[in-house]
Design a protein around this ligand. Sequence first.
Ligand SMILES: [Fe+2]
Length: 249
Amino acid sequence: MRIFKNIFGSGKLKHPLDISSFMVDMHSHLIPGIDDGVKDYDSAVKIIRELISLGYKKVITTPHIMADIYKNDPDIILKGLSELREVIKKENLDIEIDAAAEYLMDDSFKEHLKNGNLMTLKDRYILVEVPYFSAPPDLYENIFDLQINNYKIIMAHPERYSFWYDDFSKLEDLKNRDVYFQLNLLSLTGYYPYPVKKIAEKLIDAEMIDFVGSDLHNTQQLSYFRKILNTPALKKLISSEKIKNRLLY
Ligand SMILES: [Fe+2]
């Protein structure tokens, strides 16, 4: 599976990049106790402080909704959101907090779609993921069903699905079906196993990335997160002016 050459080299930028133009972080797990994200509000606050210091103006946190493991629904997520907002208010943090969800395209997904209670980031943008081991057999059907219902699909971290590594045309096919791609910023640091960073760079080089997200789950990830600021790949992404996060403001 050694197919991708390192497009951006291993060099580091001398000066950290300014990522304040992203404005909105639209993928994270900051509501304690409802998924594999933060365990407590102190951790959520620490992460949000870091995002503020990087210039973010709004956080849309996106708890998992999965049939087997995290059976969240809008009521659970909105209750968590209002508690998180209280904490942020008490801490006097200058940032807007909202919530949506990261939907796994599993057996329950069709049910959520049928019930019409999908949580969107804003303006019908919906964040979805697929299992890490294989693409769902009804992937294209789900895409079609979402689009005829006027949802705008954002595929979370396409660089992390190993079953597509040997067939880049599958990713190109999704783009041709008007699926937006959201890159995990941590993928630029070597935080995830090889070859996630290489695929991330290839997607950037092919100008296939539309949104970026932190996908932060815990405070341990913050030291890696800072490293993105010195990566040539992020510089290219910012210069491309193709990142649409600010549309979600
Ligand atoms: Fe996530």
